[in-house]
Design a protein around this ligand. Sequence first.
Ligand code: PMP
Length: 404
Amino acid sequence: MNADLTSLRSEFPLLAAAPQLHYLDSAATAQIHRAALDAVVRHETNRRANVMRGTYALAEAADLAFDQARQTVARFLNAAAPDEIVFTSGATASLNLVAQAFGNTLRAGDRVLISVAEHHSNFVPWQMLRERTGIELALIPVTADGELDLAHLPELMGSNCRLVAVTQCSNVTGAWTDVAAIVTAARKVGARVLLDGAQAVQHGPQDVRALGVDFYAFSGHKCFGSGGVGVLYGRSELLAAMPPFLGGGGMIGEVTFADTTWAAPPQRFEAGTPPIAQAIGLAAALDWMMTLDWAQIHAHEQQLCGLLIEGLQRIPQLRLLGPAAAASRAPIVSFDIEGLHPHDICQVLDSRNLALRGGHHCAQPLLAALGVEACTRASIALYNDEADIRALLDGLAEVRRTLT
Ligand code: PMP
């Protein structure tokens, strides 16, 4: 590990307390950074009050901290304004919010284009919308490597496509999506683009304006912050044109028995008490992320990913899913070992303090396209090192000894 990165592990309380643990499941949940945890504790200890309701000093301090958290997220995403940031409970809630609120502006016969590689969170809400409104749902296929096959994008969009909703990076194969190609094609037919950034955010700050997307969704727990909080970025003119999804406190202009008017975004989409401390914790994690040298971290993650892929390729009967080149993927590596169930593999690995996830990874359509029912996934984050990769490769040798 590069000299400057060796101390990173000690900045994560759980990893610092468990030196024997090889945590290789950051695609499911990244460990929380000390700055995020401290910010949550500080807030709950000193400023705990509801937001946008109280007029006393404590409530105003909570309001200020919550506003600042929104500003930090806007900076992390390079959004044009903090009002383009909606706090939700997670990426799943953000994606459902678009499917419900933007979805309510669609009509039967309008098309939504998603891909085979989507996490169920960006698959099922669109099926539900199809059921409710009669929209057409179309699928971008994947190549044998699990990358989005964009060869027939214009035909898949047709002339009635209103939204393309795709993942920025697969949670199974780590394959990055060619977002620029999708945005260019979408603009030609006037379609909007929703990017599921759940797997991208832990690999560095994002720039929604450079990406050219209209909506962007992610979760706090995948980028070193608290659980229970997520973000939906939406271009301000689009949010302003969308009806609310949930009704309740905080999202109204005025309520009478006859009628209710809506607050402006982002409050229109934040009915009820938002995840205040979690948003503040997330902002602390993002603030910390924005101080890091991401070129160096990417080089580190890619080196580990390359080492892992090389080692896996030497294991007989092991099939690597996704692009073979480490440079074409985020450091997420899934594999199938003929005749062995991923749950059994993960159990043997767990006995050696290796935390990996086995199963369908909430991406059953992708796994079906790749011809497997389940697979084992190792996901690498900035705090991993070569010892983690060596331990995994040794663990897999043990798996083969004990299970075959
Ligand atoms: N999209 C992708 C690509 C994901 O990997 C995940 C989480 N595995 C989600 C969406 C959903 O995130 P959450 O469970 O935090 O809502």
